[in-house]
Design a protein around this ligand. Sequence first.
Ligand SMILES: [Zn+2]
Ligand SMILES: [Zn+2]
Length: 153
Amino acid sequence: MERISWHQYFMAQSHLLALRSTCQRLMVGATIVRDKRIIAGGYNGSVSGSVHCIDEGCYVIDGHCVRTIHAEMNAILQCAKFGASTEGAEIYVTHFPCLNCCKAIIQSGIKTVYYAEDYKNHPYALELFEEAGLHVEKVALDQSYISLKPKDA
Ligand SMILES: [Zn+2]
Ligand SMILES: [Zn+2]
């Protein structure tokens, strides 16, 4: 039997987390990894304890849902909350991160970004990643490992 690769294992975890998203404009999941261990995870959702977009609808200003904390931010903030260092860590995300998340990823000391799907890959984000010396690589999810469809989809 062939074991699941680390790439596929962590990428599958991010896709599983994405199913917990409470903002359905884009269901995103992120997993932060250090030394092949998962140290944090996040998905697109509201501030803890606040209303969810899936119940109340999105709060849209200038084309963006302002209620949602992005998956990558939630994962990084989980590290801040529980005191886990992100220096030199890797992040596995279901989609190429938005510009703000890219900046937060760089600033948190994460050195490697694996993403499964291209999503408006911002040229300035790519420029910043290169400038900061991050390794950015597309790792598509191998669907044969796990079927990740929301139940009523
Ligand atoms: Zn929303
Ligand atoms: Zn983002």
